[in-house]
Design a protein around this ligand. Sequence first.
Ligand code: GZL
Length: 330
Amino acid sequence: MKIRMILFLLVIVCLLGGCAAPAAVPPDETYEKLIVVGFSQVGAESDWRNANTRSMQQALSAENGFRLIIDDAQQKKERQITAIRNFIHQGVDYIVLAPTTEDGWDTVLAEAKAAGIPVIIIDRMIDSSLATGDTGDQHFTSWIGSDFQRQGDAAVQWLEKQFGEQPLRIIHLQGNYGSSAQVGRTTSLEKGLDRNPHWTLVARDSGDFTQAKGQELVEAYLASGLDFNVIFAENDNMAYGAIDALKNAGITPGEDVIIVSFDANRRALEMVMNGEINFDVECNPLHGPRVQAVIEQLERGETPPRFTFVDETSFDADSLTQQIIDSRGY
Ligand code: GZL
């Protein structure tokens, strides 16, 4: 009886509007107008990568008219493929991909194309055919990144200029195998070794672009008694690790062992100034404004460049000043 009375009273209250569903929050007009961008990022393995992510966040911000969704793939391609499929399912307006390695993207990018979602590639190449300028498939709208073989050539030519006929015994710390940053920089060193018979490749391993692995590899080389006088590190974070290993062994980096590196992060340029790194090749990560410009062109119905190679330079102690370091964007 009591339950019936309670139910009766509830019905009365509802009829009087006391339990109407909360009014749906009207969609925020500005939120609706934001351009939604799904960004599949390699990971957070290096200073370079983190600067790249910050650049994308600063450019593709809500105040600039964007809603940026970032997926960190932890350097695993499979996670990137899943992320892209999720972006397609979410119906984002654009997809930006910073690919881990060059191969294996055709299927998922064809799915994005079928869904009518433009794809912008940044940083590394997605297919060696791109390196030849061949437009390859049409599964991407625009590519913005670096010429990694040109970076490698700058480092090798500096070694040739600095050391002439002196014998070089080289440790080669590579980036992630199959990434175009590793492919390009390695190709240049290979050609340098072919050109210079007085150069010897003492050891070569992948340090995955990380500081920890760079230190681990050089500690192992030292423990095994390898004799080397150059470390060719394919990014600054591996160079940092190598330098720690040398210092811990009482070896002076930049003097007893020549250090060549890539990225030219501000932290590394300080080490060029203090002599621990001898030569550092810029690899510019600040792609956010470049991606923003491409999307804004597309929004206006314009056609952006298919390939944009970013301008980059290199640094040694002779060319570097504190003013240059302080002016750097990353
Ligand atoms: C290069 C970029 C590389 C950097 C590393 O464009 O892909 O990946 O050289 C980063 O620091 O991890």
